[in-house]
Design a protein around this ligand. Structure first.
Ligand code: PLZ
Length: 437
């Protein structure tokens, strides 16, 4: 395991990373950006080591993926064993136990005690695509309702579901049809203020769907229980429960996209639980497999099994190595109680972020849950968030930005980060605020 200590040997990025970035520019399509062009050679716990020997504190987890830490011991062991046993057969041709075991775990761990089935895929976007396929097939309807500030991926259908134009959709159309957008109950930016947000957003949702889409045309409503790329927007209390009840009363399916919020990130296995909702279908990815590419759709048996044999699949979906990693990652979350770890991270971070917000007028909101926390700047431009991120990067702290207006600084530390590193990261953030705000 890498020594859990921040070390700066060169400026960030250092000479070796700059060399590699020049090679990247010459070889990799420029549409694939890099937030912080330090080239990583090793990582574990809360530390990433770059090509110049700098050791950075990780408050990003590769966008909420390495919740169990990079190269988590159980994951490494399981992957080693699997890679020696076999690497691929294609589950649709000759199956294997690991896929079935991941489906069993997902059926058990996702919200609701009803009977479930799961199907495995490679990426979050692919899971969302399949959730929509299944919802349309089962209901015989086509319309999908998505929210302002939503992020669901970069493929054609998921671009249509994603709200933000730049950089995700700009000049990539035409987009898939039958996607309808409604307002999100976003307390901090709600025109009438947070107190009326849930009521008014719910009224806007029902009115828009009932008058513009037609309830009988709607297959599903898709929502992130905390919006991720959109800026860690926690819906106004009670809003999602009312949307879920509205769906249930009309046989409209509720799809929870828990790709970013899932697997202990918010202090529970899934963020839907905090909202008191039981989705009909749930999409997962990211944190599921400790860094290996795996995604899933899990849902009610009658919905999942409505699809004809052969209607779902893909060459690599549920690859055995990714499945072995997922079983080990899930075992780590369970055995080491990483939901409690996420709650402890919040207990340390939230008061520090609130103190920052009290000190600097530029910070308008502190929000999130568990180890998925953010500050939003009052100004809608991205300048302050970008300057804060740059100052943190320079000091050896990996942080990410987000938000429709690019003005959110978000924190997604690995759930296994040590208390000392967490505090040191927050001290760096304080210093950056002193410099920038
Ligand atoms: N749904 C809720 O957060 C991925 C995307 C980063 P993939 N979020 C990070 C970027 O700029 O591409 C995400 C998500 C939610 C779906 C997805 C898509 O998951 O595994 O990236 O396809």
């Amino acid at each position: 395991m890498t020594e859990q200590r921040r070390v700066l040997r060169t400026e960030i990025p250092g000479p070796r990373s700059r060399e590699l970035q020049a090679r990247k520019t010459a070889a990799v399509a420029s549409g694939v950006g890099t937030t912080l062009p330090v080239y990583i050679e090793r990582a574990s716990g809360g530390i990433a080591v770059d090509a110049d020997g700098n050791q950075l504190i990780d408050f990003g987890s590769g966008i909420a993926v390495t919740s169990v830490g990079n190269s988590a011991p159980r994951v490494v062991e399981a992957v080693h064993k699997q890679v020696e046993d076999f690497t691929h057969t294609c589950f649709m041709i000759t199956p294997y136990e690991e896929y079935v075991a991941v489906a069993e775990r997902l059926n058990e761990l996702t919200p609701g005690s009803h009977e479930k089935r799961s199907a495995l895929f490679n990426s979050g976007a692919e899971a969302v695509e399949n959730a929509v396929k299944i919802a349309r097939h089962h209901t015989g309807r086509q319309a999908i309702v998505a929210f302002d500030h939503a992020y669901h991926g970069r493929t054609n259908l998921t671009m249509a579901l994603t709200a933000k134009n730049m950089p995700y959709k700009h000049r990539f159309g035409p987009f898939a049809g039958e996607i309808h957008r409604v307002p999100m109950a976003y307390p901090y930016r709600w025109p009438g203020g947070p107190d009326v947000c849930a009521d008014q957003a719910y009224a806007a949702f029902t009115q828009s769907v009932e008058t513009q889409v037609g309830v009988d045309n709607v297959a599903a409503v898709i929502v992130e229980p905390i919006q991720g790329e959109g800026g860690f927007i926690v819906p106004a209390p009670g809003f999602l429960k009312r949307v879920a009840d509205w769906c249930a009363e009309r046989d409209v399916l509720l799809i929870a996209d828990e790709i970013q919020t899932g697997f202990c990130r918010t202090g529970d296995w899934f963020a839907s639980t905090h909202e008191g909702i039981v989705p009909d279908l749930i999409t997962t990815a990211k944190g599921i497999a400790g860094g290996l590419p795996l995604a899933a759709v899990t849902g009610r048996v009658e919905i999942m099994d409505s699809v004809h044999v052969g209607g779902l699949g893909g060459t690599y979906g549920g690859n055995p190595i990714a499945c072995a990693a997922a079983l080990a990652a899930i075992e780590t979350m369970r055995a080491d109680d990483l939901c409690a770890a996420a709650q402890r991270i919040e207990a340390t971070m939230r008061p520090r972020l609130e103190a920052l917000a009290a000190k600097y007028e530029a910070i308008g909101d502190v929000r999130g849950r568990g180890a998925m926390l953010a500050v939003e700047f009052a100004e809608r431009g991205s300048a302050q968030a970008a300057a804060m991120a740059a100052a943190c990067h320079k000091a050896g702290l990996i942080v990410l930005t987000a938000g429709t207006f690019g003005n959110v600084l978000r924190f997604l530390p690995p759930l296994v980060i040590g208390a000392d590193l967490l505090t040191e990261g927050l001290d760096i953030l304080d210093a950056a605020a002193g410099e920038v705000l």
